[in-house]
Structures are given as C-alpha cells and as structure tokens.
Design a binder for this molecule. Structure first.
Ligand SMILES: [Zn+2]
Length: 167
C-alpha cells in the first residue's frame, strides 16, 4: 500500500470515534495516535533507503512483523484491563499498536508481508502484482489495488470535508 495508510488511520479513528470512550485522552490525541500508528511501520523506509540501500525488502524489518505488534497490543491491553482501564499510557499504546496492525494487514493486500517473521522466512500476499513495468512502483500504480487506495483516500477526504463543514 502506498498512499492510503494515513487516510486508513483517519477512517479507523472516525469509525471508532463514537463507538468507544476516550479514557482520559483528548479526541485530538485519539486521532493522532491512530493516524501515527497507521503510518509508523513505514518509518523503516528511512533505514531501507539510507542504511541498507534498498538491499533488503523493507517488509522484512521488525516494524512490519506481526510478531512485533501483536505482543505490544496484547501486553498493553492486558495491562490496561489490569489497571481497570485507568492507565493512560497502556491505552495510548493499545491504540497505536492497533493502527500498526491495521497497517501491516493493509500491506498484506498486495505487498509481500513476512507473516511469521522472524520464525519463518516466507513472504505472503493476497494479490500478486505482476512485474511488467519499470520502475517497479509503476506496477503498483497500474494495478487495480491502486484504485482501491484512491477510493480509501477519497472516502477519507469526503468525510473530513463533510465533518469540517459541520464544525
Ligand atoms: Zn508498510
């Protein structure tokens, strides 16, 4: 996924906004955490370009591992429950890791994701993108999944503009 991560975080926040309580955090923090979490795994792109010089698929880095995000999610959830939903930081970590997990799930759509890393060195993907064009990213732009990304962006934009008008 290329362009729809941030809008998907926004949509997740919008979806949950009226459904769940904010538990001691402001609405802005709530939205920020989910939107930051939705793009956070991709900060490994800096490492990919600057340190590894694109020699390793960036989905192989731990920020794109389920085995990294699921324990964070579970531990923060359990701690949050243990503190009777009073721990603000556990709650914040829970939101951040939920959005992180959403990111990797969306990446699995057309981008190879090492679902069982670091235990099994195998990439999984729902819909294969056939390499036909150069540079490589054109393959994704001309793939139908990019249309889905545009739709996600448009829905997010539509909701944002609609609700801004409402004030
Ligand atoms: Zn990613």
């Amino acid at each position: 996924m290329f362009i729809a991560h941030l809008p998907s975080g926004y949509l997740l926040a919008k979806f949950l906004d009226h459904k769940i309580k904010k538990y001691n955090i402001t609405r802005t923090t709530f939205f920020s955490l989910l939107m930051i979490g939705a793009v956070l795994p991709d900060i490994d792109l800096f490492y990919f370009y600057l340190i590894d010089h694109r020699s390793v698929h960036h989905h192989k880095y731990f920020l794109h591992w389920f085995s990294f995000w699921i324990p964070i999610f579970l531990i923060s959830y359990l701690y949050w429950i243990y503190t009777q939903r009073k721990s603000k930081y556990a709650w914040m970590t829970l939101l951040l890791s939920s959005a992180g997990l959403l990111h990797i799930c969306l990446d699995t759509f057309v981008g190879d994701v090492w679902l069982f890393a670091p235990f099994i060195d195998k990439a999984y993907v729902f819909f294969e993108v056939t390499p036909r064009f150069h540079p490589w990213w054109l393959n994704f732009i001309f793939h139908w999944s990019f249309f889905v990304e545009i739709i996600i962006c448009l829905i997010a934009l539509f909701i944002y503009l609609r609700d801004r008008k409402k004030g």
